[in-house]
Design a protein around this ligand. Structure first.
Ligand SMILES: Nc1nc2c(c(=O)[nH]1)N[C@H]1C(S)=C(S)[C@@H](COP(=O)(O)OP(=O)(O)OC[C@H]3O[C@@H](n4cnc5c(=O)[nH]c(N)nc54)[C@H](O)[C@@H]3O)O[C@H]1N2
Ligand SMILES: Nc1nc2c(c(=O)[nH]1)N[C@H]1C(S)=C(S)[C@@H](COP(=O)(O)OP(=O)(O)OC[C@H]3O[C@@H](n4cnc5c(=O)[nH]c(N)nc54)[C@H](O)[C@@H]3O)O[C@H]1N2
Ligand code: SF4
Ligand SMILES: [Mo]
Length: 911
């Protein structure tokens, strides 16, 4: 075996990994913070640490980044191409894809095909796919899952700045005196940035959170505005009106650098902008709103972060514009510690926006105007340029559904789970004559619809670049040799392009060559002045050698001869024809679909701390499955009570699109009238626990981004008549033909399957039969007909093989000890005797949710530490080790501390 390269020949960033081992510097493949990782591969495993010299994280990693080493195994990987479910060679698979796409295009035109791609592709992959679709196939029909994520911010940026430009950098977060989080749960979704902001708070930085939920980000903030869903435009317009009244507008800046102020002022005048009226419409206390307005007016160094609570809305563009307007009017942009900051979700959401992964731009921040089309065509030597924008994600799948698109290629995304109205998306793919899916995993919900499956390299195998939220390009480097026959996504695309007869444009042999071409395009006919100036410019990297590419240091675009650029617009010059930024009048509107008597609750969806999207990767790390083990709906006790919905019980969530059955979590952190479901669970983990069959596909008219945060819904108790669980070494799917609520929860040494149903004894018997078929012959069984129950354990020599517990009226033991027993190769007599009890003789089993994923510390242990006198984060850490590694759980520990401190007062109050 050839050892993997250590940063391709030892550039300056080849970290020293100690004797023999070679630490490779790479980037985390999860969120848009873009943390640098120092990884030491060993076989197929890797030890990972934060890269202490990476400017995004300075050595820190969150729970997901820290657990990367647990996700690099080959378990569950797609390693060979498949055609119609049968293994095929790459030659066959590539030829088939090329032929079917070519034939479809020949017969029905270029717009009869589509690519649906992802912010989890590398820049090189994105560049290749975009070039094939827009320059050689000749259609705009390539769109990315960033449509679900960043599209509204992109449009708002283009309107205001003339291009999709993120002005700020992470250093601004350190320097700001006020940080506003608009629809951004940074504590969970960008944890390492949040650590950085916590540090800034120690020196007096203030935090204001605008979110209908009291998230962990809101919990510790100076001010939380729990606004009514979808009232952000009203709030930000109200703020601007207030700033104007106070004289807090920077008139000099506006006069010199901004257009459209008068039009915005006129729009504001059309509504009552008094704080009282705004507070009433937004559903927030007047005093809190006034406190926010005052703080904002008095704090020049302000960063306004905005994320999915802003973007994922039918008014997503307007929300973005309202935020940008405030920053332009106050001149808080392009200055240290002051900027509006749209934060990216995926590791390479930014790279896709750069290269043209979105149907609405051509490439390199150029649009479909004649001059740009001609320029890019010249550069590519392209035979057939797309005439105009293609279909946006949701529209693309509508076109698949009604037959306009006849061949679809999905890369690095799982639309069967992540698109709104997901049942219809599945129907569309099922009906599509030709579906190609490139993925690194063998089983995703989307792969079920693939006629051709193409195995892609995963993190640790891929080689290329990603761009994070602050425009910083970082190399992802290879740690392992490619497994099986998996290939880089850019190469798969290039091979198909050659198969389609486009060899000339796709002759690259290494990612460095793709990158070089991309850098050249960014600089191509890129003038120094408007109208030909494009800020996105990687010019100095156009001639990058293979060695220099391998050794590339993290760098922020635009790249100049002097290096990267941290902050944009410092000179007050924007990428508009006259160099001025443009303020955009926006009016407040309600959600696309209002709640009503039948569907009175607003369904909001989003993320949990330790999971990543559709679980294809974080589901491999048992540690990451403990904090939020199964799908749930969070609901305010005042909404739950009258409906009979109780804590921990299965609950139906219904919308006009569909239904889910999930566990209810009652919490006053939820705004009455609103409920929340995580988006993560898929058919593979929880068929009934998926959020997106419920979510309406209403979307912003300009950006096409769906309103994931608001669908009218109702809830009902599920009223299961029996429950049970099943532990096995392998992952099982729910047996077919039974009406069950089934969830799979990965454990360290086995898979836990939880289920419940409403059927009779016959159904339970059928389930039991299916689950014990073929089990090890050495069986322990206890039947309790009175409780409709059965407990069975199957032992294979000295190893536990399967465990099944079912009950109608009885109780079930905690699963933890049993799950642990699967790790033992030497099951003793005492253990055996305890199997059907579910706990060791005389031993207590720790239960309750895990708070700290790194150290596997449960809430119960933290509670005892607090009861024992631990009164601070540090004291809890010293007593339990919780919160001492990545720090992602620190906000939650803070909350537990605050709750404990408040508890005696509540008792007094009640008495
Ligand atoms: N742990 C984890 N981290 C991730 C990801 C992950 O899957 N898991 N995914 C990454 C990706 S791709 C993305 S896009 C980011 C997303 O990061 P975030 O945007 O922080 O995540 P979300 O949970 O989708 O939504 C943020 C908040 O918007 C709030 N919200 C809902 N409606 C409204 C509203 O009307 N107004 C306002 N102001 N707020 C509202 C929600 O209550 C929620 O708390 O996270 C990235 N980081
Ligand atoms: N209800 C609801 N739905 C949402 C959201 C929400 O807030 N609420 N958020 C939306 C947002 S912001 C986002 S970003 C999307 C994310 O949604 P998806 O993109 O669908 O989610 P992932 O699970 O990240 O899917 C990535 C897929 O690519 C595969 N993969 C990983 N790396 C590679 C690679 O290098 N090459 C290839 N070929 N495959 C790879 C993974 O195995 C996985 O199957 O979800 C959206 N959906
Ligand atoms: S914050 Fe966590 S998930 Fe995001 S890049 Fe850093 S380590 Fe990865
Ligand atoms: Mo995203």
């Amino acid at each position: 075996m050839v050892p993997p390269p250590c940063n391709g020949g030892g550039g300056p960033r080849s970290g020293g990994g100690g004797a023999g081992a070679c630490a490779i510097l790479t980037a985390c493949p999860y969120c848009g913070v873009g943390c640098g990782v120092s990884a030491t591969p060993e076989g197929r495993a890797a030890t990972v640490q934060g890269d202490p010299d990476h400017p995004a994280n300075h050595g820190r990693l969150c729970s997901k980044g820290s657990a990367l080493g647990a996700t690099t195994g080959l378990q569950g990987r797609l390693l060979y191409p498949e055609i119609h479910g049968r293994r095929a060679t790459w030659t066959e698979a590539t030829a088939l894809v090329a032929r079917r796409f070519s034939e479809t295009i020949a017969r029905h035109g270029p717009d009869s095909v589509g690519f649906y791609v992802s912010g989890q592709l590398l820049t090189e992959d994105y560049y290749a796919a975009n070039k094939l679709m827009k320059g050689f196939i000749g259609s705009g029909n390539i769109d990315t899952n960033s449509r679900l994520c960043m599209a509204s911010a992109v449009v708002a940026h283009k309107l205001a700045f003339g291009a999709d430009l993120v002005p700020g950098c992470y250093e601004d977060l350190d320097l700001a005196d006020l940080v506003v989080f608009s629809g951004h749960n940074a504590a969970w979704t960008h944890p390492v940035l949040f650590r950085r902001l916590e540090a800034a708070r120690v020196r007096g930085q203030r935090h204001v959170v605008i979110d209908p939920r009291r998230t962990d980000t809101a919990e510790g903030a100076d001010l939380h505005l729990a606004l009514a869903p979808q009232t952000d435009v009203r709030l930000w317009n109200g703020l601007l009106a207030d700033l104007i009244r106070r004289g807090a507008v920077d008139r000099g800046y506006v006069a010199a650098h901004v257009a459209g102020f008068a039009e915005v002022e006129a729009e504001l005048a059309r509504a009552d902008q008094s704080p009282g009226a705004v507070a009433a419409d937004c559903g927030v206390p007047l005093a809190d709103l006034e406190a926010f307005f005052r703080l904002f007016a008095e704090t020049p160094r302000t960063v306004s972060l905005f994320s999915m609570g802003a973007n994922q809305s039918a008014q997503g563009v307007a929300k973005g514009s309202a935020i940008l307007n405030v920053h332009l009017a106050t001149g808080r942009i392009g200055k240290p510690g002051a900027c509006p900051f749209s934060i990216t979700g995926q590791p390479n959401a930014m790279g896709g926006r750069e290269t043209g992964g979105m149907a609405t731009t051509l490439a390199g921040h150029m649009d479909f105007d004649e001059a740009s089309r001609a320029r890019v065509q010249r550069f590519w030597g392209a035979p057939r340029m797309a005439a105009g924008p293609g279909l946006k994600a949701v529209d693309m799948f509508e076109a698949v559904a009604d037959g306009r698109i006849k061949a679809l290629w999905v890369m690095a995304t799982n639309p069967a789970v992540s698109l709104p109205d997901a049942t219809r998306v599945r129907e569309a793919m099922a009906a599509c004559p030709f579906v190609v899916v490139s993925d690194c995993m063998a089983e995703t919900d989307t792969l079920k619809f693939a006629h051709v499956k193409l195995p892609a390299l995963a993190w640790g195998e891929k080689d290329g670049t990603v761009t994070n939220s602050e425009r910083r390009i970082t190399r992802q480097r290879r740690l392992f040799a490619p497994p099986g026959e998996a290939r880089a996504d850019w190469r798969i695309v290039a091979d198909v392009a050659r198969g389609m007869g486009f060899g000339d444009g796709f002759g690259w042999r290494a990612p460095a060559q793709v990158f070089r071409e991309w850098a050249r395009l960014s600089a191509y006919e890129n003038g120094l002045e408007a109208p030909t100036r494009r800020v996105l410019n990687l010019g100095p990297l156009s001639g990058i050698t293979l060695d220099a590419y391998d050794a590339l240091e993290p760098v922020q675009w635009p790249v100049t001869a002097g290096g990267g650029t941290a902050r944009l617009f410092a000179d007050g010059r924007f990428q508009t024809p006259d160099g001025r930024a443009q303020m955009v009048p926006v009016a407040a509107r309600g959600p696309a679909q209002a709640t009503d008597a039948a569907f009175p609750l607003a369904l909001n969806t989003g993320r949990v701390r330790d999971h990543w999207h559709t679980l294809t990767r974080t589901g491999l790390a048992a540690d990451l499955c403990r904090h939020a083990p199964e799908p749930y709906v969070e609901i305010h006790p005042d909404d739950a009570g009258p409906l009979g919905v109780a804590e921990g019980r299965l609950t139906r969530v219904q919308t006009t699109q569909g239904e889910a059955v999930v566990v209810a979590k009652l919490s006053d952190r939820q705004r009455p009238g609103s409920i929340f479901m995580p988006l993560h669970w898929s058919e593979a983990y929880a068929p009934a626990g998926r959020a997106n069959p419920l979510v309406a596909k209403s979307r912003d008219a300009r950006s096409g981004q769906p309103e994931f945060k608001h669908t009218p819904a109702r809830v009902r108790p599920y009223r299961e008549t029996w429950r049970g669980f099943f532990l096995a070494r392998e992952a099982w799917s729910a047996p077919k033909g039974l009406d069950l609520v089934w969830r799979r929860i990965p454990q360290g040494a086995c898979q836990l399957h939880e289920f419940a149903g409403r059927g009779d004894q016959a159904e339970r018997d059928a389930l039991r039969k299916a689950l014990v078929r073929g089990a090890a012959p050495d069986a322990l069984r206890f039947e309790d007909p009175a409780a409709g129950g059965v407990r069975e354990a199957f032992v294979d020599g000295h190893r536990l093989d399967r465990v099944l517990f079912l009950t109608a009226t009885g109780r079930l033991p905690p699963r933890d000890w049993l799950a642990e027993m699967f790790g033992s190769d030497a099951l003793g007599a005492e253990d055996r005797a305890a199997l059907l009890i579910g706990r060791p003789a005389g031993g207590a089993v720790e239960t309750g949710p895990v708070v700290c994923a790194c150290r596997n510390v449960r809430a119960s242990l933290i509670a005892s530490a607090i009861a024992g006198g631990a009164a601070s984060l540090e004291a809890v850490g010293a007593a339990t080790t919780a919160g001492t590694v990545c720090g992602s759980c620190r906000p939650e520990i803070t909350r537990l501390l605050a709750a404990a401190a408040a508890a005696p007062k509540e008792v007094l109050h009640a008495a």
